[in-house]
Design a protein. Structure first.
Length: 262
């Protein structure tokens, strides 16, 4: 969601610029409630017509789900050319096709923050690994731990050496029971571990919001909900991506269709 809720959330985020928060608790009913905010409204901010995605794994390799890195390689390389990413086309303000390439993964085996990181903390981590970040890139930071927090993942804009870019934070979903799609519906789309399946769902959520609302000032509804917030925990069928892989990832809001689509 676009705005953090309550004093606890403010403490977690160090009251920085609004971050995207995906709550641990949720259901299809919550998604229907968010649909009451109407269609997404264009507030004029930038969108990512052609984006690049990087995965960053922060923490000891043994502490991540063993199939997470390979699973995320498959997921992130499958978005480009998929009908799933195609839902974002209607928000691009041009007939040029929306696209996204996957640039691969890097690791930092040092200990991740013990507390939920702020945007500036993630920006510093990205800047350490990418001193000249790409302004059209989304850097997804996975941590081996999951500091106690009231969300599954979030995204925001960040700055390094004068360059503004996009970051997303995905703590270890294997350690957060409420983030798994299986708590709502088990479609059995692949044989990956529960932690990796949950990570894929959170990544899809933040990826689509980063494409359509990268600086938190482009597309969101009258209640502040973005393209993924409005369809959180709404699973219609297994999603086939352009590389032939199948995933249980949530629906996304379509203004054209007036509802959640996959």
């Amino acid at each position: 969601m676009r705005i953090l809720v309550g004093l606890l959330a403010c403490a977690i985020a160090a009251c920085e610029a609004p971050q995207q928060v995906r709550f641990v608790q949720g259901s299809e009913e919550d998604a229907r409630a968010k649909a009451s905010g109407g269609n997404l409204i264009d507030h004029g901010g930038p969108v990512l017509l052609s984006s690049v995605t990087h995965a960053i794994y922060w923490g000891p390799a043994a502490d991540f789900p063993p199939d997470l890195a390979s699973g995320m390689d498959t997921l992130l390389s499958g978005f480009n050319g998929s009908a799933y990413l195609g839902i974002a086309q209607q928000y691009m303000r041009t007939s040029l096709g929306v696209s996204s390439s996957y640039a691969g993964a890097v690791s930092d085996t040092g200990a991740p923050p013990r507390h939920s990181p702020s945007t500036s903390t993630l920006a510093a981590e990205v800047c350490k690994l990418f001193p000249t970040p790409d302004p059209d890139a989304l850097y997804i930071v996975f941590t081996s731990n999951a500091p106690k927090a009231n969300f599954c993942a979030w995204h925001n804009k960040a700055t390094c050496n004068g360059v503004t870019f996009q970051v997303a934070y995905v703590p270890n979903q294997a350690l957060i029971a409420g983030c798994s799609p299986y708590t709502v519906k088990n479609l059995g789309c692949n044989s990956l571990s529960v932690g990796t399946v949950a990570s894929a769902d959170s990544v899809a959520h933040e990826f689509m919001e980063s494409v359509t609302d990268p600086h938190i000032d482009a597309w969101y509804d009258q209640q502040g909900a973005e393209i993924a917030d409005k369809c959180n925990f709404n699973y219609q069928a297994c999603v086939k991506l352009a590389n032939g892989s199948y995933w249980q990832i949530q629906s996304e809001w379509s203004n054209a269709g007036g509802g959640c689509q996959q």
